[in-house]
Design a protein around this ligand. Structure first.
Ligand code: BES
Ligand code: ZN
Ligand code: ZN
Length: 501
């Protein structure tokens, strides 16, 4: 979708024009002028629709003498109270409506309403963001074009936003578009099936994007991981024909001597469970078990794309978890890079094994000022929080608050869950330092987190369990069914608000 910003002079544009009115029917300057020009048609349509308008939108075909075909008037509950995320969500609604009508090119007039503190260029940025994110689709594997059900019409292609401060909006959009591109690319990776997005293909994609946006990318192969003693990660990969990798992506936008922020992602390209095999029903979903790595990848693309003034390193642990004659067994003991010995109780608790080595490596090599891992780690976090919020675990109150605020700002909410204390006892092993599961049906998401904490060293660290939010079976304000890209914007915003400038 192409996005452009222009002046409020919309009277001579054509096609579909989106306008806003307050829920009680007040019009801004542009809408009022068009109402005048159409002999009061807009006001009449709002009055006729009554409650239906307050809940959303009225559509009116334009009378002759007007350059446009149709007006869509969206209700804005209280423009003075709208947050950026509210405008983004409204953008999502608008694009869903436009796509329902099959509109390819749309104009949106952004009037300033009374009492509204938010500048029109901020509103434009939020609308453009929401519309672009909600307009995302993944059509790569659709070949039929004649069957509507199989191949729904492609989405909005050209968006023209009209406002007074259009120059400022166009400037903001340079960053906004880079962030949206990061989300889209993250969603693409999550959606790709595991026969296409193998760990090798994922690592290749990292190198490719590094060249495009200016990231330094290193790919550590099996031999390098063996030299480092990463037997927790390697143990997960040993049942698969697919080679494992650790990818390190660096963005150096800050001062030379400034330690980086580190983002670490679980990249299990397919999780069968291994010898502790998962049930067949729904197993296809486990292609999204690399959602944490995709979030880090997307955030790195966004951060580099908008040339953030910060040093940020992204580390991805890429493996496939398969059952086979060479696969790891329940009862095996492996030694992680840190020297910690781990008894494998359940080969399906593989994400924490991958992250154990990725986290230890990252904190030792980079001594980051903050380290955040993102992972589709446990089914238990879905039991606790459903698909509404991600679980957040951190011993650091300040870091937890920063992440919560970043998530809130972009509509990617995280809810803090407990860590440490007695929970640490849940992973005691009879034979090794720790085991890779907690106690059956008890605080499973925390058991995963206390396991990871063992490998985070002394750096300020947080773990985001995104198992419930990386993929959606329902339409959401800023995404349709499928991959959400959860984490990309949260991480980008966390860096922007706390580690730049
Ligand atoms: N990838 C899964 C977690 C998951 C489940 C993500 C559902 C998304 C949706 C993870 O590797 C896993 O299987 N965890 C086990 C851990 C258990 C064996 C301790 C789980 O949650 O059941
Ligand atoms: Zn698993
Ligand atoms: Zn997994």
């Amino acid at each position: 979708m192409k996005t452009a910003f222009a002046s409020l002079d919309v009277l001579n544009t054509e096609g579909t024009l989106v306008l806003f009115a307050t829920a009680d029917g007040k019009l801004g300057k542009t809408a009022a002028a068009l109402n005048e020009q159409t002999g009061g048609a807009i006001k009449r349509a709002i009055l006729l629709a009554e409650e239906r308008f307050k809940r959303g939108v009225v559509e009116l075909a334009c009378p002759s003498g007007v350059a446009h075909d149709r007006f869509l008037v969206f209700a804005v509950d209280d423009p003075a109270e709208c947050s950026a995320y509210d405008w983004e969500s409204l953008g999502g609604k608008i694009v869903a409506k436009l796509n329902g009508l099959g509109v390819k090119t749309a104009h949106v007039a952004i009037d300033q309403f009374e009492g509204m503190d938010t500048r029109d260029d901020e509103v434009a940025l939020a609308l453009a963001t929401g519309m672009r994110l909600r307009n995302y689709r993944f059509d790569k594997y659709r070949t039929s074009t004649d069957d509507e059900a199989e191949s729904p019409p492609s989405g909005l292609q050209k968006l023209n936003l009209h406002l007074e401060n259009h120059g400022a909006a166009a400037e903001h959009w340079e960053s906004g578009a880079a962030i949206a591109a990061g989300v889209e690319h993250g969603r693409d990776l999550v959606t790709e099936p595991a026969n296409v997005l193998t760990p090798t293909a994922f690592a290749e994609e990292c190198k490719k994007i590094g060249g495009e946006v200016g990231l330094d990318v290193e790919v550590l192969d099996r031999a390098a991981l063996e030299n480092l003693g990463m037997h927790a990660l390697l143990g997960v990969a040993q049942g698969s024909e697919q080679a494992p990798f650790l990818v390190v992506m660096q963005w150096k936008g800050g001062k030379d001597d400034e330690p980086p922020v580190a983002l670490v992602g679980k990249g299990v390209c397919f999780d069968t469970g291994g010898i502790s095999l998962k049930p067949a029903g729904g197993m296809e979903e486990m292609k999204f078990d690399m959602g944490g790595a995709a979030a880090v990848f997307g955030a790195m693309k966004a951060i580099a794309g908008r040339k953030a003034r910060a040093n940020v390193v992204g580390v991805l642990g890429l493996v496939e978890n398969m059952p086979s004659g060479t696969a790891q067994r329940p009862g095996d003991v492996v030694t992680a890079m840190s020297g910690t010995t781990i008894e494998i109780i359940n080969t399906d608790a593989e994400g924490r094994l991958v992250l154990a080595d990725a986290l230890f490596y990252t904190q030792e090599r980079f001594e980051p000022k903050a380290m955040i891992d993102v992972a589709t780690l446990t089914g238990a976090v879905i039991v606790a929080l459903g698909h509404e919020q991600a679980g957040m675990f951190s011993p650091d109150d300040a870091l937890a608050d920063q992440l919560r605020a970043a998530g809130e700002a972009v509509g990617e909410s995280v809810w803090r869950l407990p860590l440490g204390g007695n929970y640490d006892k849940h992973i005691k092993s009879e034979i090794a330092d720790i085991k890779n599961t907690g106690r059956a049906r008890e605080a499973g998401a925390t058991a995963g987190a206390v396991f990871l904490q063992r490998f985070a060293g002394d750096v300020p660290w947080a773990h985001l369990d995104i198992a419930g939010v990386a993929w959606s079976k329902r339409d959401l304000p800023l995404s349709g069914k499928g991959a959400t890209g959860f984490g990309v914007r949260l991480l980008d915003r966390f860096v922007a608000d706390n580690h730049e400038g």
